[in-house]
Design a protein around this ligand. Structure first.
Ligand SMILES: Nc1ncnc2c1ncn2[C@@H]1O[C@H](COP(=O)(O)OP(=O)(O)OP(=O)(O)O)[C@@H](O)[C@H]1O
Ligand SMILES: [Mg+2]
Length: 250
């Protein structure tokens, strides 16, 4: 990753503060940006890509992340996890039927995919980036050696960027709609004098691109069964179908 400008020194002198980066932690992909030379720049990963697919895979030798994990998803589907964000702060029982889990075993999920202290520290209703999810993100950041300055909901971040770009005359009431891979989020915000106040926000984790993919795969499985009397049951076949459906959708 290219170097990132450090933040200016605090008023009154002193050592410059370390650089801050912004991470869009999406369900299908992750994007990192920083302020460089006074403008926001999206940073490239080591493959020169501006977004990194949110896919993690394990084999007997190593852990693969991003495109490397995605590229081997068909041949190693039992050990490949897509859409990691959907599993954040959720028990195995809650996610075991999700196709993106690709049949990862409970034992492995409990021991490797969730922070151990999460369930004792956070109970109660789950909502998108609710308490358990926020704790899981902070825990992951800690493991990665990052200090979390602030966790901001995506639609709120979009609202702030919108106001910063001064593309809107204020005061105004705006609606930000984010149809992502894992959810649909809508926020109504009041913008005034460069500030944003969220008046209402709602989301649905059952409406997203991944859900469309699942529906498409189920549809194709039905068509294959009806026309060719062949039952698609192997994970590998389903994964191959999923990749084809995502391509067809676009
Ligand atoms: N041209 C396209 N037509 C239809 N769907 C598309 C197209 N391009 C991308 N998608 C879908 O959009 C979704 C990715 O959107 P986005 O990058 O906003 O999601 P995300 O930020 O990863 O997820 P989230 O915000 O829900 O956590 C994927 O499901 C992808 O298949
Ligand atoms: Mg998103």
């Amino acid at each position: 990753m290219p170097p990132v400008d450090p933040a200016p020194p605090p008023e009154g002198g002193g050592r410059p503060r370390p650089a801050a980066i912004g991470i869009d932690f999406g369900t299908s992909k992750c994007c990192v940006a920083a302020v460089r030379d006074g403008r926001v720049d999206v940073l490239e990963n080591e493959l020169g890509q501006k977004t990194t697919p949110f896919c993690v895979a394990f084999n007997s030798q190593q852990r693969l992340v991003g495109s490397d994990a995605l590229d081997q998803a068909v041949v190693n589907c039992a050990n490949t996890v897509h859409a990691v964000k959907s599993f954040l702060g959720r028990t195995y029982e809650e996610v075991k039927d999700m196709s993106s889990l690709c049949g990862i075993e409970k034992n492995y999920y409990d021991n490797e995919c969730q922070p151990r202290n999460l369930w004792t520290s956070s109970r109660g209703p789950r909502n998108p980036l609710g308490n358990a999810q926020r704790l899981a993100v902070k825990y992951a950041a800690q493991v990665a050696g990052l200090e979390v300055l602030e966790l901001i909901n995506e639609t709120t971040a979009a609202g702030v960027a919108f106001v910063d770009n001064r593309t809107v005359k204020t005061p105004a009431v705006i609606a930000v709609v984010d149809f992502g891979a894992g959810k649909l989020d809508v926020s109504i915000m009041k913008v005034r004098d460069g500030s944003v106040q969220v008046m209402a926000a709602a989301g649905n984790t059952n409406i997203g691109g991944c859900n469309l993919d699942d529906e498409l795969v189920d549809h194709c499985v039905g068509v294959i069964q009806g026309r060719h009397e062949y039952i698609v049951k192997e994970k590998k076949q389903r994964e191959r179908l999923r990749i084809a459906c995502v391509k067809a959708k676009k």
